[in-house]
Design a protein around this ligand. Structure first.
Ligand code: CP3
Length: 333
């Protein structure tokens, strides 16, 4: 069995597999080189050979236990015909969405538009570098995608004041998202993804009273759908106010935690396998600090099924040598 499945399905506590969020990305010079030659990020995600190559780059360097497919959560609105662009030093920019056209879109058109993503997953999962390892497919959670589709850019700290004004529109978008996220998950699994991670990067923006409507119900539907396909699902509801409540209601197979939550609170309240937590900024310090901080998590979770990861994506300014050191520290624990 693959290492992540051992932890998630068999609840093994004596192994600590490791992968890191954004492991295929800008901290690697070989990624930056490909990126320089491919200034259009969406087109890069639609280039199956390059996407597969980028996905495998970190596995060539480090002893990671999983490959996460090089793509983006915003390929979903792109597939729904809402234009997405990535501006340098700014982030994503989306065009206003056209709900009338979006409502008419069918499965075939959507799959056709992002088909290279699935072909890239197939390439990766067939590669010998991921033999006995996991291929992680992923989606953005409905809430986080809704945020981008209405806000049209990263919300940074706050949502626009009028964000919730058109509840009718919001509910229509959520229904469309549920339909196409299921299609997206199913296609990733059919092409070799054997774990699905649901990224809810903006879960922390919501008041508690809004969680059932925007997070719990729509995410639970996706979790149930994925489980029925026989593939474990990891949820990462970043900065959610109450991880315990989230786990009890949504019941993912494993929970990813961010670096702002005290891991002691997690260990005392949560029974399911846990992933991540280490602050990505630790990788910008020195080896001694990295070792100390990594061991803090490993010690704390030594009798709990635990997948080592960061509490958010690896920072672009990270020295790859420090990533190598982290992997070795975890592996030799
Ligand atoms: O983890 C991996 O290595 C797999 C690939 C992956 C990317 N994005 C590639 C990417 C994954 C899993 C994502 C998820 C994603 N994308 C999230 C959820 C996780 C999180 O970071 O909170 C979100 C919110 C997005 C949307 C997005 N994509 C933003 C806000 C940005 C710009 C800011 C940033 O971090 O760069 C992107 C661009 C993006 N996605 C890059 C990469 C490697 C950088 C592109 C570049 O400029 O080279």
């Amino acid at each position: 069995m693959t290492p992540l499945h051992e932890v998630i399905i068999n609840k093994k506590t004596k192994i600590n597999p490791i992968w890191i969020m954004r492991q295929a990305g800008r901290y690697l010079p070989e990624f930056r080189e490909i990126r320089r030659l491919n200034p259009n990020f969406i087109n890069l995600c639609l280039n199956e050979s390059l996407s597969a190559e980028i996905t495998l780059q970190p596995l060539k360097r480090f002893d990671f236990d999983a490959a996460i497919i090089f793509s983006d959560i915003l390929m979903l609105p792109y597939g729904l015909n809402q234009k997405v662009e990535f501006k340098k030093n700014f982030g994503p920019i989306l065009e206003n969405l056209n709900i009338k056209n979006m409502s008419k879109l069918d499965e075939i058109d959507f799959v056709k538009k992002i088909y290279p993503v699935y072909k890239a997953i197939k390439k990766v999962s067939d590669n010998s570098l991921v033999k006995n390892k996991n291929t992680i497919g992923f989606v953005g959670a409905p809430w986080t995608l809704l945020v981008y589709m209405i806000n049209l850019q990263s919300p940074k700290r706050n949502l626009k004041k009028d964000f919730f004004d058109d509840k009718f529109l919001i509910n229509r978008i959520l229904l469309i998202l549920e339909k196409f996220l299921k299609i997206h998950i199913k296609n990733q699994i059919e092409n070799g993804a054997n774990i699905i991670q649901i990224f809810d990067s903006w879960a922390g923006l919501l008041d508690e009273k809004d969680l059932p409507n925007y997070i719990y119900t729509p995410t639970l539907n996706l979790v149930d759908f994925t489980k029925k396909l026989g593939v474990p699902v990891i949820c990462f509801p970043r900065e959610i106010k109450n991880y315990k409540e989230f786990c009890e209601i949504v019941k993912p197979d494993a929970i990813g935690i961010d670096y702002n939550i005290d891991p002691k609170k997690i260990i005392n309240g949560i029974q399911i396998p846990v992933q991540g937590g280490l602050n990505p900024k630790i990788l910008l310090t020195d080896k001694e600090t990295i070792k100390k901080e990594a061991i803090k998590y490993l010690d704390l979770f030594k009798d709990h099924p635990y997948i080592f990861n960061l509490g958010h994506g690896v920072l672009p300014e990270t020295n790859p040598e420090m990533v190598d050191y982290l992997v070795k520290t975890v592996k030799s624990y």
